[in-house]
Write a protein that binds this ligand. Structure first.
Ligand SMILES: NC(=O)c1ccc[n+]([C@@H]2O[C@H](COP(=O)([O-])OP(=O)(O)OC[C@H]3O[C@@H](n4cnc5c(N)ncnc54)[C@H](OP(=O)(O)O)[C@@H]3O)[C@@H](O)[C@H]2O)c1
Length: 292
């Protein structure tokens, strides 16, 4: 019998590497997605060192570029995966724009999962599949409503008076988009056998998130947050892995989880009208129609 297959984005580091290892340990054929060939090789070798019979494939794609996300989706489509864990994220400078003109945090953390998951719906067709989107703390993000009419504004405007913290505010808004995408996508997948759920991994130490971009108060904030850390990347990988594999959540969809418990996220993220606006604006930015 052929193994079930999973795709994990951002599998070269931190929580994504731990999720990929967990899925491989559970017997899945795992495709590691990363933007750097050497880091992909290292991640692959680390998993094989612990699980010699792991079946691993690597796909190099810079997810901040929609063109690369599109061609990744094409490469993943035949045969389509049984599980997709959208985990890659970044805290980029607010002035950092891709050659395609999108702010890098918005492109990597929101537009990429939107385009990748949408693009895989048709190839998956009538098969069962699970999408898991790694978001962030619903409590921490409750006071960060996003502007659904102009997504680019979320990473460029009203980011607060402390310059060094602005990348974190922009990042937080894109993580609220992750929760909204879960709800918007789940409604559009009602007639399919594809589920989609979100997960907050916890405040996790020992990852590379925001490294290279920690200055001033952001550096102090990152240091302070390790005091409240809920654990290592293994801890952070637990809920996403469970959503990707556990029989008890096989048909659960459109929920957001913290420590394996379904939680309610802020009303500004659950409002169906706002989620529809996010969907339509995202479609416009990635050049797709409004349908699923
Ligand atoms: N750590 C926490 O406390 C925490 C808290 C809440 C939520 N989260 C979420 O957990 C997830 C994983 O974060 P982490 O802490 O494990 O961070 P991490 O160690 O920095 O891992 C992020 C992964 O995303 C990849 N990535 C970044 N930009 C990419 C791009 N343009 N194309 C392809 N891959 C790209 C990175 O690749 P490289 O190896 O090439 O850099 C890396 O594999 C994220 O969604 C994050 O928002 C983390």
């Amino acid at each position: 019998m052929s193994r079930t297959s999973a795709v994990v984005t951002g599998a070269t580091s931190g929580i994504g590497a731990a999720i990929a290892r967990n899925l491989a340990a559970g017997g899945m054929r795992v495709t590691l997605v990363g933007r750097d060939g050497d880091r992909l090789d290292q991640a692959r070798r680390r998993i094989l060192a612990g699980i010699p019979d792991a079946e691993l494939t690597s796909e190099r794609a810079d997810l901040s570029l929609l063109g690369e996300v599109r061609s990744l989706a094409e490469r993943l489509a035949d045969p389509p995966p049984d599980v997709v864990v959208s985990n890659a994220a970044i805290i980029a400078d607010v002035a950092d724009h891709t050659v395609e003109g999108h702010q890098r945090t918005l492109a990597t953390n929101h537009l990429a999962p939107y385009l990748l998951l949408r693009s895989l719906i048709e190839p998956i067709g009538t098969r069962p599949a699970r999408f898991v989107i790694v978001g962030a703390s619903p409590r921490g993000l409750a006071r960060m409503p996003i502007d659904v009419d102009d997504l680019a504004r979320n990473t460029s405007h009203d980011l607060g008076s402390v310059p060094s913290l602005r990348p974190l505010v922009a990042y937080g808004r894109t993580k609220n988009m992750n929760a909204m995408l879960v709800y918007a996508l789940a409604r559009r997948l009602r007639e399919t056998r594809i589920t989609v759920n979100g997960a907050h991994p916890g405040i996790i130490r020992g990852t590379r998130l925001g490294h290279g971009n920690r200055r001033g108060l952001l550096r102090a904030f990152a240091a302070a947050s390790t005091l409240f850390s809920s654990g290592s990347p293994d801890t952070g990988a637990d809920t996403p892995t469970w959503l990707a594999t556990a029989p008890e959540v096989e048909t659960v969809t459109g929920q957001f989880f913290v420590e394996r418990n379904a939680v309610t996220t802020a009303p500004h993220t659950t409002d169906p009208t706002r989620c529809d606006q996010l969907w339509d604006e995202s479609a416009r930015l990635v050049g797709l129609g409004h349908g699923a």
